[in-house]
Design a protein around this ligand. Sequence first.
Ligand SMILES: *Cc1c(COP(=O)(O)O)cnc(C)c1O
Length: 437
Amino acid sequence: MNTNNSKIIYEKAKKAIPGGVNSPVRAFQSVDKEYPIFIKSGNGSKLYDEDGNEYVDMIGSWGPMILGHNYPQVLEIVKKELENGTSFGLPTKKEVELAELVKSCFPSIEKLRLTTSGTEAAMASVRLARAFTGKNKIVKFEGCYHGHSDSLLVKAGSGLLTFVHQDSNGITEGVVKDTITLPFGDFEKLKETLESEKDIACVIIEPIPANMGLIETKKEYLEKIREITKKEKVVLIFDEVISGFRISLGGAQEVFGITPDLTVLGKIIGGGYPVGGFGGKKEIMDLISPVGNVYHAGTLSGNPISVAAGIETISILKKNTEIYENINTKTENLINQINELIKKYSIPASVNHFGSLFTIFFSKEKVDTLEKAISSNDEFYSIYFDTMLENGIIVPPSKYEAHFISYVHNNEDMEKFLTGTEKTFEKISEKIKNEEK
Ligand SMILES: *Cc1c(COP(=O)(O)O)cnc(C)c1O
């Protein structure tokens, strides 16, 4: 496969942009590639690079593209909306419509604020929790990602895990001190912490972690977290930036039947355009300025284009509930066949999945902790990435990310994926045999 144009663009990119990319995982460093592929366009389930190669897209812009690229109805609405002007710095009727639509899907959200990114929404929700409780510290879980604001970057999953260091430089000791990180899945540690430390404002969690690779959550674990945060008067924040509208219309909280105090949203609610949102109980949300004293603002918050695309995307999901059945069944069938291939080639691999999200870990053991994700085989993952790319499938360029299946992935895409997977496993099995000799 010829990717020469990408190589040339990357050489230029490195001189103008740190690392040549605007988000670290895009650089393909962790899968040992010299340069990333530069995307020229996307359509349906496909991406096209600057050399004209076609790929089946398993990334879906990391979540937003649940309907695939350029879904006709969404595209049409956006084109229409563009004609009306793209940013006013004044409120629009559509923002109210999107807020009402989100509320109708998430009963825990009584009021909602929109932002331009998930990062801002998570950051603002933590500030709000601090204001509401009058407490300072926050609890997050190792490997969970909540965007790149200072307090939430401590031990924060994919992007950071990919580049060895688990914490970012440039964060003050004070911030690190106020962020307590605990292992995901260990309820006893959380209980001890909440019972002994009385200055905790909130617990923030990805109810279905998808930023250390996908980890399958147990309902009882989340139930216990809900119980203890209620008892200790700590705000429980569900970061559903990925799981919201992906796992079901009402996100993980609907699937597990758990009501958080605040919810962070993003990705799908902007239909592929820049967006974020956070919402929850009235008495907490009404602390936000201009009603209360917690400042939150944004020049492009509730941007008309993002909002129009979000309304259309959510409306389509709401009207056609068979979409969830479709993507979940497709994913399950695919994983059953991957598991067959794992057996056939005796590959030390296991697949985690939830709805239309999945991660292949090159680990014999089921991966249910960050440690196990870290110790899964990097070299095999790179072989997987490479082989898939050569066969026209773009999978996550990091073992700490999930694959995203969309409504428009078709049988042919799935067949192609399985062919690539089989070729990958042939190579890995050959390699294992040679090393045994
Ligand atoms: C992507 C993501 C964010 C950050 O959203 P951005 O729009 O990239 O700032 C926050 N939380 C989770 C769980 C995410 O997956």
